[in-house]
Ligand binder design. Structure first.
Ligand code: SF4
Ligand code: SF4
Length: 191
């Protein structure tokens, strides 16, 4: 069985507001979610609904959460690299340069308060994939209006409860396995 909607430029907003309802309905009845796209539909609308369609149709919740986790981490990595957001020069990021701490290397992966270099950093690369670290914006980024809020990221906004969003935002320095466990725990509480 499937649940089908017809999407056009005029009804996009109406459908996006109903997306939580569609997720619930399709999950409860094991329906496939199907979208018919109008020919003149804006590319951004197509991309958003293709992603939502794909995610709703991952029926195993653990696999769905895992897909969302990886998708969002890849998206954030791409944004930070392409836009050179932290703007490292001689290993010192834009934030610590603004504080005139030219010897503070490795950005927020180093902190005196937390005991020095994060144990997850290995040869300038993070060994784990921490979604919370990736979502973090330091004061200078927030000042520049660079702030990847959970409710501005489609998949995080619509597929998780408030409690799950809190876990995603505040599980700093924790690997995917930890976050997945906590998300699934909340999901089991819902049953
Ligand atoms: S988020 Fe801010 S403090 Fe962390 S590395 Fe980027 S610019 Fe530096
Ligand atoms: S867990 Fe966070 S603070 Fe630690 S290395 Fe990875 S990104 Fe940096």
């Amino acid at each position: 069985m499937k649940y089908e909607i017809e999407l056009n430029n005029k009804n996009y907003k109406k459908h996006i507001h109903k997306i939580k309802k569609y997720i619930k309905l399709c999950d409860k009845n094991n329906y496939m979610f199907k979208v018919k796209y109008s020919k003149d539909l804006k590319n951004e609308y197509i991309d958003n609904f293709k992603l939502l369609e794909k995610t709703i149709n991952i029926k195993n919740i653990e696999k769905r959460y895992s897909f969302i986790y990886d998708y969002v981490c890849n998206y954030l990595d791409k944004e930070y690299i392409e836009k050179n957001i932290c703007d490292f020069k001689n290993d010192v990021c834009i934030y610590f340069r603004s504080l005139k701490e030219y010897d503070h290397k490795n950005g927020c992966c180093y902190s005196d308060k937390r005991g020095g270099l994060c144990e997850n950093l290995d040869k300038d690369h993070c060994k784990i994939t921490s979604i919370s670290c990736k979502l973090y914006s330091c004061p200078i980024l927030r000042e520049k209006k660079i702030n990847y809020k959970i409710n501005n990221i489609l998949l995080l906004k619509y597929f998780f409860t408030i409690k799950q969003k809190f876990i995603i935002k505040y599980s700093f320095f924790k690997p995917k396995s930890y976050v997945m466990y906590k998300l699934m725990e909340c999901n089991n509480d819902k049953k």
